[in-house]
Design a protein around this ligand. Structure first.
Ligand code: PGA
Length: 250
């Protein structure tokens, strides 16, 4: 059975004391992660080691970014192995901010997923179309292409990969996809995963929605059949709203 996942992507927010306070609040409010439902926090990586120590097992921790090489002369970078070695379990790959602001192309994303899997990390692979692509009616193909990047992986490797559908026009804009718009894309993604890996793998793949998900809209979104949780930006920076979204995911 596929897992429900609610993940908070803090991006480059929170100074040390605020970060510590928010993480403590999240820990005190969260339920124990189970086989069926997990909470993941992606803070700025500089806080990960402290959070791993502070964690009481209620959440899992992940890194927003890393380099695809194992080690070497890459000043300023972190490897997947290093992230795993301090006790993290997840990484994000393919977030639209990484694709557009940091020019990460398919080749880089593939190498990053490979490297994460080799280090035994779970991957949340993000996809999503721009407003322009939606308006031009090419958004279906855009998402198909982004999902087809996964075809080089085996069905076994797919067990460690979840997908987040994040329409770029909804990220940080307060403009959420309607449940109908989100459901159309989540159905499409599940169908694509089924074509690539078969029905069983597809049924077991968690597909999260991201893009201005909030306590107000989470419930309606999470009611859709193929929406298995959320990747939450802004609303994960406040413990009560993050907790309300976690509670909406049943
Ligand atoms: P948002 O960000 O919830 O602030 O729109 C989502 C994301 O970028 O993952």
């Amino acid at each position: 059975m596929r897992k429900k996942i609610v993940a908070g992507n803090w991006k480059m927010n929170m100074l040390k004391d605020e970060a510590k306070k928010l993480f403590s609040e999240i820990l005190s409010m969260s339920m124990e992660s189970s086989d069926h439902k997990i909470t993941v926090v992606f803070p700025p990586s500089i806080y990960l080691a402290d959070f791993v120590r502070q964690n009481n097992g209620k959440v899992m921790l992940g890194a927003q970014n890393f380099h695809f090489s194992n080690k070497g002369a890459y000043t300023g970078e972190l490897s997947a192995g290093q992230i795993k070695s301090i006790g993290c379990d997840f990484v994000l790959v393919g977030h639209s901010e990484r694709r557009t602001l940091f020019m990460e192309d398919d080749q880089v994303l593939l190498l990053k997923i490979k490297s994460a899997l080799e280090s035994d990390l779970q991957v949340i692979y993000c996809c999503g179309e721009s407003l322009e692509e939606r308006e031009q009616g090419i958004y279906i193909n855009k998402i198909r292409n982004q999902i087809s990047l996964l075809k080089t992986f085996s069905t076994e490797e797919m067990m460690a990969i979840s997908i987040a559908y994040e329409p770029i026009w909804a990220i940080g804009t307060g403009k959420t996809a309607s449940p109908q718009q989100a459901a159309e894309m989540h159905d499409l993604i599940r169908a694509e995963v089924s074509v690539l890996f078969g029905a069983e793998t597809s049924e077991n793949t968690s597909i999260l929605y991201g893009g201005s998900c909030s306590p107000t809209n989470a419930h309606e979104l999470f009611k859709c059949n193929n929406i298995d949780g959320g990747l939450i930006g802004g609303a994960s920076l406040e413990a009560n709203s993050f907790h309300a979204i976690i509670s909406a995911c049943q």
